[in-house]
Design a protein around this ligand. Structure first.
Ligand code: AMP
Length: 448
């Protein structure tokens, strides 16, 4: 594959959507959704995309990247209206929903039909909807493949566009076989867009997407966190992690907070513990059923719950509005994940805070992150005495949480398998770590 051409960053005055060449029905829709002027990624992508080029777009969630790829697709669809026009792949179910909502609102004036194909929900209604030939399919790879293999009459032989959102992750080997399978059955003659907050430079990985003479557009430096984000760390002995977390939740009680954990078990345990102590918390991770996940997100988005306790499933791609604080209960093992996680706050020019809890075992990880983001984190000041005043209650709540989890997991695994009947191909890949101690749930998600 030739090296992607770098898009030049022009210093010319910013163009309006109209000046960029968008057609009337799209301008109308943009006015309705109150997108007054293009964001940087949109300004840079649209001229190339409208000329029909393949695009590699490096931009964070929150930059407006979804519209950057949706608008040129909708414009082409207007010129050449037909069913099964574009396929957008996303690594998580929530992201797939978000993307389709954006297509629907931007394509409203032109009557676009959009279908989401994700695992964890019944396949039959999806097959029925496929028969009506939607214009845009937004899918997680597992479920799309499932339909390609088992839904009569469905093929992607004539699609014009393939988009991979969070492409860096989709092109990872975790999705390997499924992506290969999809690429095999879609035409080579197509336009391809890859979008991601972080994008590999590994040629082999990019080659898999078979781009043709792509333009690379990058709006923010790959490994940077925004300047309006204040980043702190809190150094605590491992055995006092919980009590420090509760101390922080207390101190920051008026804020909306996302707490990131490495394991599903901790996401569950901490949210029960927080609730026991009177904090409005809700868990979000890949072991919840689809309706539970959407329910959790909704509760958080509408402000009913001020604290979301999430695994990395939630750190990528989701557009969670107005998050004031991100707390890393564990230091992420990969610096990229740190950037994704803290990217949930301080968005669109607003201020935000991130606080990373660091134990005696995480010092090296923290140093690695600091090197990558080229910033030293500041120490979050704590009063040890005040923290320790909470210890007894927190320990008690911790014990209650463990008991509740044990009770819950006993029945839950079986029930969930019965309800969802999730087949092997149903899964999207959530990078969740499931710990021992959750045997039922672990069995229900057989990873390859
Ligand atoms: P995204 O990066 O695609 O997840 O978009 C982040 C948020 O920005 C979404 O809530 C979009 O609705 C919003 N958005 C995208 N483009 C624009 C624009 N040109 N003006 C204002 N808001 C926008």
């Amino acid at each position: 594959m030739p090296t992607p051409e770098e898009a030049s960053t022009s210093t010319a005055p910013e163009k309006s959507f109209r000046e960029l060449g968008l057609i009337e029905p799209l301008l109308e829709a943009l006015e309705k959704v109150k997108f007054k002027s293009p964001t940087e990624i949109q300004s840079q992508v649209l001229p190339h995309a409208l000329q029909g080029r393949d695009i590699i777009g490096v931009a964070e969630t929150g930059s407006g990247k979804t519209a950057a790829f949706a608008l040129p697709i909708l414009q082409k669809l207007w010129e050449e209206p037909k069913g099964l026009f574009a396929v957008v792949l996303a690594p998580t179910r929530e992201l797939a929903y978000q993307i389709s909502q954006q297509f629907e609102s931007l394509g409203a004036a032109m009557g676009v039909r959009c279908l989401v194909l994700i695992g964890g929900v019944d396949k039959m209604p999806q097959a029925v909807a496929l028969a009506k030939r939607p214009h845009i399919i937004v899918a997680t790879p597992g479920r799309l493949n499932d339909h390609l293999q088992s839904t009569k009459g469905f093929s992607l032989r004539n699609i014009k566009f393939l988009v991979m959102d969070e492409a860096d992750r989709l092109l990872d080997m975790d999705f390997g076989a499924e992506i290969d399978q999809i690429l095999k059955v879609i035409p080579k003659e197509r336009t391809t867009y890859l979008f991601s907050a972080t994008m590999t430079t590994k040629v082999a990985k990019l080659q898999r997407a078979s781009l043709s003479n792509p333009v690379r557009v990058e709006v923010s430096s790959k490994y940077q966190t925004v300047s309006t984000l204040l980043q702190y760390y809190l150094f605590v002995p491992l055995i006092h992690k919980d009590v420090h977390l509760i101390y922080l939740a207390n101190e920051l009680a008026s804020n909306s907070i996302i707490i990131f954990t490495r394991t599903v078990h901790d996401a569950q345990r901490l949210s029960i513990m927080l609730r026991t102590l009177g904090f409005p918390a809700v868990p979000l991770h890949g072991q919840l059923s689809q309706s539970q996940r959407l329910g959790a997100l909704n509760k958080f988005k509408t402000g009913g719950r001020k604290i979301l306790v999430a695994t990395d499933v939630a750190s990528r791609g989701l557009d969670l509005p107005s998050v004031d604080v991100v707390i890393n209960f564990d230091v992420p093992t990969h610096s990229k994940d740190y950037i994704h996680r803290v990217g949930r706050t301080a968005r669109a020019g607003r201020a935000g805070k991130s606080i990373t809890i660091v134990t005696q075992y995480d010092v090296e990880l923290l140093q690695r992150i600091e090197k990558v983001i080229e910033k030293k984190l500041d120490m979050w000041p704590v009063s040890k005495e005040e923290v320790m005043l909470l210890k007894q209650r927190v320990d008690e709540a911790g014990r209650m949480a463990i008991n509740e989890l044990k009770e819950h997991t006993k029945g839950e695994g079986k029930k969930r398998r019965r309800e969802e009947g999730r087949s092997k191909d149903d899964r999207d890949r959530d990078d969740d770590v499931v710990e021992a101690g959750m045997p039922e749930i672990k069995k229900s998600k057989s990873r390859r």
